[in-house]
Each structure stands twice: as structure tokens, then as C-alpha cells.
Design a protein around this ligand. Structure first.
Ligand code: IPE
Ligand code: IPE
Ligand code: MG
Length: 250
């Protein structure tokens, strides 16, 4: 049976986030340079975006480049930026066909001008699309995001636009880069690593976590659907007990 038909459309995660890891190891296994792995990661991105869109996921956040990734060899960073620009150009058609809106989180002002320009163009061209948000985390670090959030809230307190007593979880949510998005329901990390690597620390407070040994360039639609099926077997209790969840009690 086709794996997609096993998915329960009533029990889908709204917001799926993915740490796309393992490009370098994939290339090394093939005796190739790391950049070969990054280039082949693009196909996995396309498959995942299409798969998420096919089953009606509302938000897909992809960790594409972390604040810490700036510390990689210059040639690798340059190659990654080049791949970003060319894949944005190539994927525009997929976004339009599937009614996908692009947005970003992170310090995109630190990206090369060419990448910034391409991003702005695709964001503008897809801004009226309504079926799925594709949120790219670029030059993103969760701790940096939290620092930025605290600064912006503090400014409002100093300017008397906000009192300290008014600061609550909602106010913090509304000052994060993800302010327009729901919390992450499901976090996937490929390549067998079991860590968060400074990704959406606040937003994954109650996310279900899924780790697979598949290296990112090998990740295909079936792998995404398999992960979703795993999610659907979980019971999300949010601190309550199982009976309350089963009886739909508050
Ligand atoms: C993920 O693959 C891509 C980025 C972090 C940009 P890696 O490049 O981290 O691959 P590994 O972890 O070295 O195999
Ligand atoms: C996390 O992967 C960042 C992205 C996938 C963009 P890394 O490969 O950079 O993570 P660490 O450094 O191994 O934790
Ligand atoms: Mg890695």
C-alpha cells in the first residue's frame, strides 16, 4: 500500500521543522568533496517541500544555515550561498504550482547581497500563496533570536510602550522571528545526530522529536511520510494524563 494513504489527515502536525543534516558525510562516503553533498541535498529539499505540501502541512521550517555555520571553511560557506541562490531560482516554479509562500527567519542581513536579493524576490512573488508556508532558517541561531527578542521587548519597556508586568509567554512569542507561526509540533533531524544545534529552542518546548539515520541527500518523500506516520502514533499529553487526552477532557 502506498505510504501516503496511511496518513490520517485529521492528525497532522501543523508545523514541521527539519534539521537537514548529513550532506558532508554523504559526500565523504562517496569519496567526494563536501560541496557535492550540499548540491545533492537540494533534491531532498524539493521532495520534502512537495511531500509536505501534498499532505497539507501548514508550515514547514527548514534549517538551512546556522549562525555557527559561518565558522566553516570559507569555500564551503561560499558554495552553500551559491546553492541557495540557484535553488531559489529553480524552485520558484514549484512554489507557485503548489501555492507555497516563502519566508525566512534569522539574520538574513548577513547573507551575501545576491542571496538577499533573490530571497526578497521569491518572498515578494509568493506572498499571496496560501496553502503552505515554507520558512527557511538562514543565518539562524535560537540564542541570537532570544537575545534579539529580549532587546526588542526591553526597548518597549524603556519607551513605556509595555510594562514589566505585561511580559508573558504571548509577548515573547510575538517578538520572536517566528511571531506569525504556530509552535513546532514535529521536529525531524536526519543523519543520526541526536541534538538540537541551536534550533528553535523556545518553539520546540512541546514538539515531538524524530531522529533518522538517513543522510539528508538520501531523504525522499517516503521518508517524510514515514516520519509523519510515526508522529501520528504518539500521544501528546502536554503535562496531562493519558485518560484526560483520550476523553478530550480539559
Ligand atoms: C547539513 O549537512 C548542511 C548544513 C549544515 C549547511 P552537513 O554539512 O552538516 O553534513 P555533515 O554533518 O558534515 O555530514
Ligand atoms: C545544524 O547542522 C545546522 C543545519 C542543519 C543548517 P550542523 O551540522 O551545523 O550541526 P552540528 O554542528 O553538527 O551540531
Ligand atoms: Mg552536520
Amino acid at each position: 500500500m502506498d505510504i501516503i494513504t496511511q496518513i490520517n489527515t485529521e492528525k497532522k502536525p501543523k508545523h514541521v521543522a527539519i534539521i537537514m543534516d548529513g550532506n558532508g558525510r554523504w559526500a565523504k562516503q562517496k569519496g567526494m568533496l563536501r560541496v557535492f553533498g550540499h548540491r545533492n541535498g537540494v533534491k531532498a529539499v524539493k521532495q520534502t517541500v512537495e511531500a509536505a505540501s501534498e499532505i497539507g502541512i501548514e508550515v514547514l521550517t527548514l534549517y538551512a544555515f546556522s549562525t555557527e555555520n559561518w565558522n566553516r571553511p570559507k569555500t564551503e560557506v561560499k558554495a552553500l550561498m551559491k546553492i541557495l541562490v540557484s535553488s531559489l531560482k529553480d524552485e520558484l516554479e514549484t512554489f507557485q504550482q503548489n501555492n507555497i509562500r516563502l519566508q525566512t527567519i534569522g539574520q538574513t542581513q548577513n547573507l551575501p547581497k545576491k542571496a538577499q536579493k533573490e530571497l526578497l524576490e521569491v518572498i515578494e512573488l509568493t506572498k499571496n500563496n496560501t496553502s503552505m508556508v515554507l520558512n527557511l532558517a538562514l543565518s539562524y541561531g535560537s540564542r541570537e533570536e532570544i537575545v534579539n527578542t529580549i532587546k526588542n521587548i526591553s526597548k518597549k519597556v524603556v519607551n513605556k510602550q509595555l510594562s514589566i508586568e505585561e511580559i508573558d509567554e504571548n509577548i515573547i512569542n510575538n517578538h520572536l522571528y517566528t511571531f506569525t507561526l504556530p509552535d513546532v509540533d514535529f521536529l525531524i533531524r536526519t543523519s543520526g545526530e541526536k541534538r538540537i544545534s541551536n534550533f528553535l529552542l523556545w518553539q520546540i518546548a512541546y514538539a515531538e522529536l524524530y531522529f533518522t539515520d538517513v543522510l539528508w541527500p538520501d531523504f525522499r518523500k517516503e521518508d517524510f511520510f514515514k516520519a509523519i506516520l510515526d508522529y501520528q502514533c504518539r500521544e501528546r499529553r502536554f503535562g496531562k494524563i493519558s485518560e484526560q487526552i483520550q476523553n478530550n477532557n480539559d
